[in-house]
Design a protein around this ligand. Structure first.
Ligand code: PLP
Length: 358
């Protein structure tokens, strides 16, 4: 009876994970209490958090040179935490503007750092990523901030900047979708509610030599070093979200890890883009090398049909396809937990709709 959920976040979760959590919600391993009712200082929760971290480290091959933090406040809170931890004293910080989430990160960072927007794709409504060798970077920048996958525009990086300056990446909508080399980054952060688990958890992966540089004005709760020294338990962490994320990590490991997940994601996205491009009715505006595996925006031949498209999709059990208002049209977010059958059902519906309305 479950529908296919194409929401950009909070997004679909693996069905196997949800059914396991359902049992633990009422009675955790026969202990007579819910997973949500257990102290974060209990052996059980501490070992659940440790195992979640270990599993994430295995999945992403995260070395001991990096701290893994389980925080709250969403990726949006990290927009402030990044400059507060890395650019104390209004240091230079370089940002690339590739869409709505980059923009938000930039405007927040301007409160705390000497921000320079070193490249932007706003000239073409954020439909591409400016070539890395065209960025006007500064030698004295404490870091360069990128959003490797813009959730709203459906724009993804195909190359990374080089050099010694630490790369800080908002990976909210791409983390765990394919293997990456963590060592290429100084900091990776992500809100959980797409590929990690439920809303309420934020994962930060930070190279340990970047800890201890926070501004004296950095609030304790935003200070990564404090979080690292307290195993992410300086205060009460989002225990249920960490537990569920652990189950998602386990699900990914059972599936064969991020290499296996990437193959599935490429197949899912590939068939959707192929259909859109060949349809003569739907269109995706993003430059070919920058098309996202996770978020696929598309427009209909006539925007006057949008309402009917969405109503029919809803009736067919294909939910949350409305595009963001800044882009218009539709957006299918096809994160890890959206099964290939969901993409097949979407294409089937799109074909049917196009032939009835084209
Ligand atoms: N960054 C990106 C790329 C996002 O997609 C989102 C949310 O969709 C955010 C940041 C904001 O995340 P949060 O709601 O966790 O603050």
């Amino acid at each position: 009876s479950r529908v296919f959920n194409f929401c950009a976040g909070p997004a679909a979760l693996p069905e196997a994970v949800l059914s396991k959590a359902q049992a633990d919600l009422m009675d955790w391993q026969g202990r007579g209490l819910s997973i949500m009712e257990m102290s974060h200082r209990s052996d059980e929760i501490v070992s659940i958090a440790n195992e979640a971290e270990a599993s994430l480290r295995r999945l992403m091959s995260i070395s001991d040179d990096y701290a893994v933090l389980f925080l709250q406040g969403g990726a949006s809170q990290q927009f402030a935490a990044v400059p507060l931890n890395l650019a104390a004293g209004n240091q230079a910080a370089d940002y690339v503007n590739t869409g709505q989430w980059s923009k938000k990160a930039i405007s927040e960072a301007k409160r705390f750092a000497d921000v320079s927007v070193v490249a932007s794709s706003e000239d073409r409504n954020f439909t591409y990523v400016p070539a890395v060798n065209s960025w006007a970077r500064r030698d004295n920048a404490a870091y360069v901030h990128i959003c490797p996958n813009e959730t709203i525009g459906g724009v993804a990086y195909s190359e990374l900047p080089t050099g010694e300056t630490p790369i800080v990446a908002d990976m909210s909508s791409t983390i765990l979708s394919q293997p990456i080399n963590v060592n290429d980054y100084g900091v990776i952060y992500a809100g959980a509610q797409k590929n990690i688990g439920p809303a309420g958890l934020t994962v930060v992966i930070v190279r340990k030599d970047l800890l201890g540089k926070a501004s004296e004005h950095c609030p304790t709760m935003l200070n990564w070093q404090v979080a690292a020294e307290n195993d992410s338990m300086y205060n009460t962490p989002p225990t249920f979200a960490i537990y569920l994320a652990g189950l998602v990590f386990e699900w990914l490991e059972d599936l064969g890890g991020l290499g296996a997940m990437a193959e599935i994601n490429q197949r899912k996205a590939g068939k959707l883009y192929d259909y859109i491009d060949g349809s003569g009715f739907y269109a995706n505006p993003v430059a070919l090398p920058n098309r996202s595996l996770m978020n696929v925006p598309f427009t209909l031949a006539d925007a006057a049909l949008d309402k009917a498209f969405l109503a029919g999709a809803d009736a067919a059990g294909l939910l949350n396809l409305k595009g963001h208002r800044s882009v218009g049209g539709m957006r299918a977010s096809i994160y890890n937990a959206v099964p290939e059958a969901g993409v097949d059902a979407l294409i089937y519906y799109m074909r049917d709709f196009a032939s009835n309305n084209g």
